[in-house]
Design a binder for this molecule. Structure first.
Ligand SMILES: Cc1cc2nc3c(=O)[nH]c(=O)nc-3n(C[C@H](O)[C@H](O)[C@H](O)COP(=O)(O)OP(=O)(O)OC[C@H]3O[C@@H](n4cnc5c(N)ncnc54)[C@H](O)[C@@H]3O)c2cc1C
Length: 446
């Protein structure tokens, strides 16, 4: 054998070894992403320029569908260590992800500000027993979110390794040692799956949980409350200072009560969960009302043998709907809410919820006493900090209920992960995007 042969042989061996190393370091995987929401976006964006083959299954008909993620959301992006989920997300990463969303708008025209940046407000709330929640916010608005989502989709679609399957509702996931089969379909076999179906995907998540009960880590919490509406001028000073005021308060009942989703010059809307209806609020960038609305929520955390917070919350919502007439919420003045008296007439505050979605009545007939007492204690105490909050003719709507998804275990299977709200770990656009981003890191090897 000539010396040249040995040289060539050795060189080929080196190339082969390098190729094996390269392959190990960049294992190309076929990944199913179930649901195209904020978490999926964070996940895909980090992997879009890798060689992984990504298949996105989304139940909505197309990207314009109003039921697709984010579009229903109000488009407020928060940077905070204290709200958005139960994950520890680095503030720099949160800011980076806010920039990601803002850069996808056409004009980059957004409202922004801080909550409790000003120590004076912080102290005023603190002195009355409230715990102010500090955050930075950026408001895209519901209308701009649509175009943002479309721009993100166009970017992802242009990548040859990303494949979209719209109008594909996922109803079943089968986890095997080396593969995951989606919808029992031989064409849908993947190395791994990432479930990002948000709250609206609870049926799929319930189905997976009943198949693999070991996935559930925690299942005891529900937030029951009301949506409160009052004229802008009462909270003008506060709204100008911080737009979104988030505070927590340990009420005299022992329950924690908090504000959620403040909408200056906003609208109260009805939210349909299929077998019951709740209220919610939103603000638009262009169209404004003269009222501010926010939720006042009481966190109910029950213990053994209780294990069905969704069932508990749904029953209360259904009870309110039963009293109000099918598909309707109850509206009451604050004075009547306190006195447990049916409201028959309103006075100075005009509701922004469309009339067909409510009936005037008495929320006390549907809600447990401890919840009502916690809410009254909260609002009356708030009146000490913001006079006028407890005016007798301000409006109270119910039911407003926030469900927490079961906290799921992402260590149970190495080829099945839950990201975003369906994992039980997040409750906001930025936290859900960050969760997707972080889990995507597990698919990157350097
Ligand atoms: C009315 C409203 C207003 C909100 N406002 C804000 C806000 O201003 N700021 C904020 O930070 N957060 C807000 N949120 C919360 C925020 O929208 C969520 O925290 C965030 O969107 C969670 O992201 P996700 O990816 O987990 O789920 P989602 O964004 O909900 O996405 C889930 C996707 O999965 C799809 N899907 C569901 N089931 C299936 C299935 N079986 N098969 C296939 N696809 C499926 C859905 O169609 C959807 O596109 C709001 C929520 C609501 C309901």
């Amino acid at each position: 054998m000539s010396q040249n042969y040995y040289k060539l042989h050795t060189a080929l061996e080196v190339v082969a070894i390098l190729l094996i190393f390269d392959r190990l370091n960049h294992i190309i995987m076929k990944i199913a992403v179930l649901g195209f929401g904020a978490a999926a976006i964070g996940f895909i964006d980090r992997l879009k320029d890798t060689s992984h083959e990504i298949h996105v299954f989304e139940k909505s008909r197309d990207i314009y569908s109003s039921s697709i993620s984010g579009i229903r959301a109000d488009g407020k992006l928060f940077v905070s260590k204290d709200m958005g989920g139960d994950l520890d997300i680095d503030i720099d990463l949160q800011r980076e992800l806010v920039d990601f969303w803002i850069n996808k708008t056409k004009t980059q025209n957004i409202e922004k500000g801080f909550s409790f940046n000003h120590s004076n407000w912080y102290k005023r709330f603190y002195d009355y027993g409230f715990e102010p929640v500090a955050s930075e916010f950026f408001h895209l608005g519901t209308d701009q979110l649509k175009e943002v989502l479309y721009n993100i989709f166009e970017d992802f679609k242009s990548k040859s390794n990303i494949h979209f399957h719209f109008d594909e509702k996922v109803t079943d996931i089968d986890v095997q040692e080396d593969r995951v089969i989606v919808n029992n379909d031989k064409k849908h076999v993947f190395d791994s799956a990432v479930v990002s179906v948000g709250r609206s995907g609870h049926k799929l998540v319930n189905n997976v949980i009943s198949k693999y009960p070991g996935l559930v880590l925690d299942n005891t919490r529900v937030d029951l409350g009301i949506r409160y509406e009052l004229p802008d001028h009462i909270v003008d000073e506060l709204n100008k200072e911080m737009y979104e005021f988030k505070i927590k308060y340990k009420s005299k009942t022992g329950y924690m009560v908090r504000t959620f989703c403040n909408n200056p010059s906003g609208y109260v809307v009805s939210e349909n969960y299929g077998d019951f209806v709740t209220v919610n609020g939103h603000a638009k960038m262009r169209e404004k009302s003269h009222n501010t609305n926010f939720a006042v929520l009481t966190t109910v955390k029950l213990t053994q043998p209780f294990n069905d917070p969704v069932g508990y919350g749904s029953h209360i919502a259904k009870m309110a709907n039963l009293l109000a007439g099918e598909g309707k919420a109850i509206l009451q003045t604050y004075d009547h809410f306190k006195k447990s008296k049916r409201t028959k007439n309103l006075y100075r505050v005009e509701p922004t919820l469309e009339e067909k979605h409510f009936i005037m009545g008495d929320i006390n007939l549907a809600y447990p006493r401890r919840i009502i007492e916690s809410i009254i204690d909260f609002i009356d105490n708030l009146n000490e900090v913001v006079p006028g909050i407890a005016h007798p003719d301000n409006l109270v709507y119910a039911p407003e209920i926030k469900f927490y998804s079961n906290r799921l275990d992402n260590e149970k299977f190495q080829n099945l992960q839950f990201i975003g709200d369906c994992s039980g770990a997040t409750r906001s656009i930025i936290y859900a995007t960050a969760h997707g981003h972080l889990i995507a890191g597990q698919y990157l090897r350097d």
